[in-house]
Ligand binder design. Structure first.
Ligand SMILES: Cc1ncc(COP(=O)(O)O)c(C=O)c1O
Length: 340
């Protein structure tokens, strides 16, 4: 069974520039954090309540609240969906490499995830994925855009999967939706086999509070409610999420900065030095290197953490986009590396 064991230890933000986990570069605004502190002065002794957040999230997503389930990070969304749909021996199809939590959770259920690999230029293997579906397939997973490759899947391709396999649920993981601007949610009215998951960990700046959500038809949401605990989402996450949704201009400003300042500056830097990279619509970049282990070590020795990738993309490392001053620090160190 695959074990997702990310190297979480010794990531001290005082010591290192953290570019290894696709994290947001900044916390929510001081006003938002103030609201959380205020709330906990008086309410830490009561169980969480979710109504206000669900209402607001419904407006943000554009669906009624009965189509939504809050989860403890989208990791828990993956967990409850797979536990609801799979039995031992069932198969899940997904283009590889994808986000490793899918394999880990399927493994605990005695199920196998396999599927075609992304091509060398990292395009989504749409026809190959379709051809891999068989009588044992109980779930198709599409990560759009995909982590770690950054590859986008077109809405036409997603609709084609939903239409071609009406009896098989298709889960679309939209963890990077606020960066890509593309969503499958409108397909919900035509395709009851669609399940979408999203997270507050990326653009909404709150990975440590653990909040994600599932968007699907109400009957399926009801099934998932029986698997998720009634209070699995904590109230700190709820308070911060409500404020983040009320004041989107703050985190949208960060997204805009990353996409319109940090990303072009980094791409220009790599272009000028003939460093190959894979451009995408996320908050991270996949960069090619002749010797990724040495590259990552040089960066780490210079107090920058990036993530070395495994086969079949072991010729790359993955780095998060950060605000421009941090990107400049990366570029200064990387240009020293190129000259070394
Ligand atoms: C594609 C994808 N799905 C899900 C997750 C999990 O996010 P969360 O922090 O909401 O559990 C991540 C995190 O990196 C991701 O990249």
């Amino acid at each position: 069974m695959g074990f997702y064991n990310p190297p979480l230890e010794n990531r001290n933000p005082e010591e290192y520039l953290l570019m290894d986990f696709n994290e947001p570069p900044l916390p929510p605004s001081p006003e938002v954090l103030e609201k959380m502190t205020e709330f906990f002065k008086y309410h830490i002794h009561t169980y969480p309540i979710y109504g206000d957040l669900l209402e607001q999230l419904g407006e943000y997503v554009g669906v009624p609240t009965k189509n939504l389930l809050l989860t403890n990070g989208s990791d828990q969304g993956i967990d409850v969906i797979l536990r609801c749909l799979l039995e031992k021996g069932d198969e899940v199809k997904m283009a590889l490499p994808g986000f490793p939590m899918f394999q880990q959770i399927a493994g605990t259920l005695g199920c196998c995830i396999d599927g075609p690999q992304f091509s060398r230029d990292l395009t989504f293997p749409h026809q190959e994925l379709k051809a891999s579906v068989n009588g044992k397939t109980r779930l198709i997973v599409v990560i759009n855009p995909n982590n770690p490759t950054g590859s986008s899947v077109s809405l036409e391709q997603i609709e084609d999967l939903l239409k071609s396999f009406p009896d098989i649920p298709t889960l679309v993981d939209e963890a990077y939706f606020e960066f890509s601007g593309e969503t499958s949610v409108p397909f919900l009215s035509s395709y009851p086999n669609l399940i979408v998951i999203r997270t507050f960990s990326k653009a909404l700046c709150m990975p440590s509070l653990r909040l994600g959500y599932v968007i699907s038809r109400p009957e399926f949401i009801k099934h998932l409610q029986k698997i998720r605990g009634p209070y699995d989402v904590n109230m700190a996450a709820v308070i911060v999420a409500i404020e983040q949704l009320k004041h989107p201009e703050y985190w949208q400003g960060i997204v805009k900065h990353l996409l319109e300042k940090s990303k072009p500056a980094l791409e220009k830097f790599f272009d000028e030095r003939q460093v190959k990279y894979h451009s995408n619509k996320t908050n991270f970049m996949l960069v090619e290197s002749k010797d990724p282990a040495t590259t990552c070590k040089f960066l780490k020795d210079n107090k920058i953490l990036v993530r070395q990738m495994s086969p079949p993309i072991s010729h790359t490392f993955r780095m998060s986009l950060r605000m421009l001053p941090d990107m400049k620090r990366f570029m200064e160190v990387y240009s020293r590396f190129l000259k070394s």
